[in-house]
Ligand binder design. Structure first.
Ligand SMILES: C[S@@+](CC[C@H](N)C(=O)[O-])C[C@H]1O[C@@H](n2cnc3c(N)ncnc32)[C@H](O)[C@@H]1O
Length: 455
């Protein structure tokens, strides 16, 4: 196919859709162009920035016809930050977009399509919903220490002001810690050279308990002012229950290293979800939007129609939240999770909440699921899976196909892998509907729940 457009040329296009990252999509003679910040229904003058053999990227030069859903972004860092890519769109419309995005994936994957994608479950107040903030620390272009957010698609750190999705406390505490670091001239990490100490400031907030954890990710074993820093933080913010240093000396994009040392407090915090209390450690996964996590769990459990005779497996169970929510509706729950510390927390969570029909096991689902069933001679009636973005591995798909549980409750933070796995499980399981849940308002991400019923 001859490419009908040229780099650095301007064109006028109609935006026919929005893509998986919220970008506008236009076509010129069938050739696809992705345009950051453009909304379906708009007419724009665009400048072509990059052309590949199959598609091109462009930026808006002028919006000739505006979408009725376009709003002025209310965030000062929005234009450069890679966080919220939908902040220029009315919130209710972002929910419609997320529903359409899942519908598109379903339509592309299933030729005979009887799967209904329900309207996205949105938030009443989609602001300051995140309970975990991870602020990178480094050097700016003038070699001065900077803390903030990564600029879109780069590793340049830009300072942030009043982030509208983070909990109010997170930014205040991180600013305070960063102020201390600058004042004491503690070195900050330089990604290019691998030198310098402070890499990230991570804040976890128990939104219901008001308990806060402050984690300092450092490229070293410690620094002499660490006790003084912890004392200053807890004096200023008594809600901070623990200060932990996380040692990460690897040249990697992964934020946390494997080693944690408590500087102050117990090294963990508690939060409350639904009627349960959960212990949260530095390394364990905990849903970042607790309001929507409750909505997600209740929706999943309602749709799962569990029964008192059911044996339930909660795969990728984190600190045991879903399994604990489900425990009162079933006979027995088994949870599997790869992070040992999360399993320690899950066991403690079962104890705190006085739940005695649940057991947790540390290990890779791919290897442990089958083994555990055989060892325990326990075979699930219902399996809940909540994998990371990459979805299920081939082994687990085969195990589910061979096992034939009545239902698989698939919770997913990546609709592309959800739909891929639904297709792989189609031989034995049918899906009637998918429920998108807006776990990450104003970002392009969407969580989904779907119930796969044995045919
Ligand atoms: C999306 S989180 C879900 C956690 C939990 N269900 C919840 O709602 O909080 C995915 C979890 O899978 C775990 N995980 C990732 N790969 C795994 C694997 N191969 N086997 C077991 N667990 C894994 C992660 O550590 C993380 O806790």
């Amino acid at each position: 196919m001859e490419i009908p457009i040229k780099k650095n040329e301007e064109y006028i296009v109609e935006i026919i859709d929005n893509g998986y990252e919220g970008e506008g999509i236009a076509k010129i003679d069938g050739f696809t162009i992705f345009i950051n910040g453009a909304i379906k229904g708009e007419k724009c003058k665009i400048l072509i920035l990059k052309v590949t053999t199959s598609h091109a990227f462009a930026k808006i030069v002028e919006i000739i016809e505006k979408s009725p859903y376009r709003v002025e972004s209310d965030c000062g860092t929005y234009k450069r930050c890679g966080g919220c890519s939908l902040r220029h769109i009315e919130y209710d419309e972002t929910l419609n977009m997320k529903q359409r995005m899942v519908e598109n994936l379903v339509r592309k994957t299933f030729s005979e399509n009887n799967i209904k994608v329900l309207p996205t479950l949105g938030m009443g107040n989609p602001y300051n919903y995140r309970n975990k903030a991870q602020f990178p620390v480094g050097l700016d272009k003038e070699n001065k220490p900077v803390m903030g957010v990564f600029a879109q698609r780069t590793h340049e750190i830009i300072p942030m002001r009043n982030c509208l999705i983070q909990n109010y406390y997170s930014e205040q505490i991180a600013n305070f810690v960063f102020g201390f670091i600058k004042q004491k001239e503690i070195s900050v990490y330089n990604e290019q050279t691998g030198k310098g100490l402070v890499r990230h400031i991570v804040i976890k907030v128990g939104v219901r308990t008001h308990e806060i954890m402050c984690i300092l990710v450092i490229n070293g074993k410690g620094f002499k002012e660490e006790k003084q820093l912890a004392e200053a933080v807890i004096k200023e913010f008594p809600e901070v229950k623990t200060v932990v240093k996380n040692i990460n000396m690897k040249n990697t994009n992964v934020i946390l290293g494997q080693e944690n040392e408590v500087i102050y407090g117990d090294g963990f915090i508690y939060d409350v979800l639904g009627e349960y209390t959960f212990k949260i450690s530095p390394m364990s996964f905990y849903q970042v939007n607790p309001v929507q996590a409750e909505a997600l769990y209740y929706t999943a459990l309602e749709k799962a129609e569990l029964s008192k005779d059911d044996i339930l497996f909660d795969l990728y169970c984190g600190i045991g939240t879903i399994g604990i929510f489900a425990s009162k509706y079933v006979k027995k729950v088994y949870g599997i999770e790869i992070v040992e510390q999360a399993i320690e927390d899950a066991k403690e969570n079962a104890r705190i909440n006085k739940i005695d029909n649940i057991e947790f096991f540390a290990g890779d689902v791919e290897k442990v699921f089958d083994k555990l069933m055989k060892e325990k001679q326990a075979f699930p009636d219902v399996v809940i899976v909540d994998p990371p973005r990459r979805g299920l591995d081939g082994n687990t798909i085969q195990t589910l196909l061979a096992l034939e549980p009545k239902k698989v409750v698939y919770i997913s933070c990546n609709p592309a892998t959800l739909v891929r796995d639904m297709k792989l499980l189609e031989e034995k399981f049918e899906v009637k509907e998918i429920q998108p849940v807006d776990m990450f308002p104003f970002t392009s991400h969407v969580e989904n729940v779907s119930i796969l019923k044995l045919k």
